[in-house]
Ligand binder design. Structure first.
Ligand code: URA
Length: 433
């Protein structure tokens, strides 16, 4: 088989077979196929697309290019959850305990953050002592005992994707639906869950800016899941503004814990209940969506979901006092208000700029080597649709600097205030099964 023939076949719009796709992925991972041929093929895929079957085969080939995590030691149906990334997205900290509280095992492998979106592990490490590095045996034991564990990703998962993504990044081939869907799903499938719920973000702060593109991506990923024998559901949720009111690390943990204690921050609570409902349905714990939603909502009210968070923190060596008394979480030295300059209604909040403003404060990393400052972050005081008066605070910056000018400027750029009344965006746009 020659790589040249595979490139020409795809260039001419034909369908690649399994042997050809594996030849490419295996050869590229081993370094036997050069970058110039791999980029020619990804460009041909960019223009010609792939059938659902080709995309599923590509995804499986990328899974097979590296290690996979064996979760068979965990009793019960394992459901994973994945977000395509957003600002203020602390849904995992709510959904994990919530789903565990009805007895469904959640074995969550997560990563660290880079750029304007924060990482699950970084946020969790706001809790003193909480250990996210653990052996595979300990991870499985914790899930079996407590139904929930969150750990750093280990192992060489989908190395073909790592190499290919880096190549796509510099050859103008990131924006190809089958390549994006295959890339995301290869990493999820290698993590070993039986079923997957995807939170596909849409809007100005998301990777996919339009509902149309988000829906296409969601459908593509659900199709890969079902082609490869994992039930997959995608919830398309809004990212035209940050989720909830807190952006940072410790303050996001605080907001998540408050939801688990029954606080009604509606967008965050509703999205968490939606995702948790689909997870428990896939695990076949409930027969209907309504039954699942009601039972989960009850566990937010009766303290069981909060107890599941306490158990997670204790089991991973964290200081549970910080969860019982959220004021003990790390805090910044100064609270700096950024005020509105005119009367009106908040019509847009660029989530990415808010994420960047938080990163400037030290809540995120501009480079891999940067250290996270867990106490700094941003509290939104106004969201889209809110009425605002000149000199009322739009946000409060929690900063270790008295005058964090770059962040103040970025927040000012993020907010648009209009004279006309504006409706808040719908939170859940669609569910794709
Ligand atoms: N995120 C991924 O993991 N892969 C892509 O191709 C795009 C976004």
């Amino acid at each position: 088989m020659r790589m040249y023939d595979i490139i020409v076949k795809k260039r001419d719009g034909e369908v690649l077979n399994k042997e050809e796709i594996y030849f490419f992925i295996e050869g590229y991972t081993k370094g036997e196929i050069p970058d110039y041929q791999a980029s020619a093929l990804t460009m041909a895929i960019y223009f010609q697309g792939m059938t659902a079957e080709e995309t599923a085969t590509l995804t499986q080939a990328m899974v097979d290019s590296g290690e996979t995590i064996d979760l068979s030691g965990i009793e019960g149906h394992k459901v994973d959850k994945h977000s395509t990334g957003g600002v203020g997205d602390k849904v995992t900290f709510i959904v994990g305990p919530l789903v565990a509280s009805v007895g469904v095992p959640v074995a969550k492998m997560s990563g660290r953050g880079l750029g304007h979106t924060g990482g699950t592990l970084d946020k969790l490490e706001s809790i003193k002592g909480l250990e996210i590095e653990m052996s595979k045996e300990k991870f499985i034991q914790n899930v079996n005992e407590h139904k929930l564990a969150v750990a750093g990703q280990t192992g060489n998962l989908a190395p073909a994707d790592k190499k290919l993504y880096a190549l796509r990044d510099v050859t103008g081939t990131v924006d190809s639906m089958p390549l994006i869907a295959g890339s995301i799903m290869s990493k999820k499938l290698a993590s070993g869950a039986d079923s997957i719920v995807l939170d596909v973000k849409t809007g100005s702060g998301a990777f996919m800016k339009t509902l149309e593109d988000s829906e296409a991506l969601a459908k593509e990923m659900v199709s890969i899941g079902s082609n490869l024998g994992r039930n997959t559901v995608a919830v398309i949720s809004d990212m035209n503004q940050p989720l909830g009111f807190e952006v940072g690390n410790a303050n996001e943990i605080k907001e998540a814990a408050e939801i688990l204690q029954g606080k009604k921050v509606m967008d965050l609570r509703n999205l968490s209940l939606e995702i948790a409902s689909h997870m428990t349905l896939l695990a076949e714990v409930f027969d209907t969506y309504e039954e699942a939603y009601e039972a989960l909502e009850q566990n937010l009210e009766n303290g069981k979901a909060f107890q599941a968070l306490r158990t997670l923190v204790q089991a991973q060596g964290g200081d549970v006092n910080m969860i019982d008394n959220l004021d003990l979480l790390p805090q910044a030295k100064f609270d700096v208000e950024v005020k509105a300059e005119k009367d009106g209604y908040v019509s847009a909040i660029d989530a990415e700029s808010i994420g960047v403003a938080a990163m400037y404060l030290g809540a995120g990393r501009a480079t891999k080597e940067d250290q996270i400052n867990h106490g700094v972050g941003i509290t939104l005081k106004k969201k889209i649709g809110d009425k605002v008066r000149a000199s009322e605070p739009l946000v409060v910056l929690h900063s270790d600097e008295q005058s964090p000018d770059a962040s103040i400027q970025k927040v000012k750029e993020a907010y648009t205030i209009s004279e006309e009344e504006v409706l808040a965006p719908e939170l859940i746009h669609k569910v794709i099964k």
